[in-house]
Design a protein around this ligand. Sequence first.
Ligand code: URA
Length: 239
Amino acid sequence: MNRMRLDKFLAQSGAGTRSEVKKLIRSGRVQVNGCVEKRPEAGIDAERDEVYKDGRILSWEPFVWLMFNKPQGCVTATSDRSAKTVMDYIGHERKQELFPVGRLDVDTEGLLLFTNDGALAHRMLAPSHHVEKTYFVRVEGALTQEDADAFCAGVDIGEKRPTLPAGLHILKSGEISEAELTITEGKFHQVKRMFAARGKHVKYLKRTSMGGIRLDETLAPGEWRALTKEEKERLNYAE
Ligand code: URA
């Protein structure tokens, strides 16, 4: 049972803005359970009632999942007194229900998921679930096989225990090196602290995947899109 107004249901199903769908409803193009409904304020059960627009059934889902390509310079928070937040970029109809799944530093770019599914988000972030996160990193100094071996064995970043085994794939080694690092935990500033433990300063950090979802590289920094059905299914397997 999920009761809401008909115009809200239509807007949340992607049928148009709130004022567009009000016009649609008043013009008789919307049916609820086979009957034309001309009142935008009519109450419906979003999970049970069958709503048609121009003869085509609309689908509504309780849970929304978005992927966002976070740009540098915004904080991962739902609100902040002075700083720009990741929320400022999201123009989704159900934005008020959404929150970011985990966090990225102000100067980190890349994949950030948003949802209103608190239970699945909580499971994805639980340390016991070891959800994989991959980062593209640019660091000062040469990366070597010893660094990869150290990350594989676990490094001391000043916590009670060393980090869990992490995979370092070196893409380029030199004065400035590039690599992909996959970790299965999410301690504060974890990636930067892991490289610092190897004497390397991270100059640029971008998350490229999380829980089996890869960042859609067609999204420019600051852009978002809904997860596809297939991506949502993958999330459930990853948790
Ligand atoms: N590790 C970091 O150091 N920063 C991030 O934003 C994410 C992981």
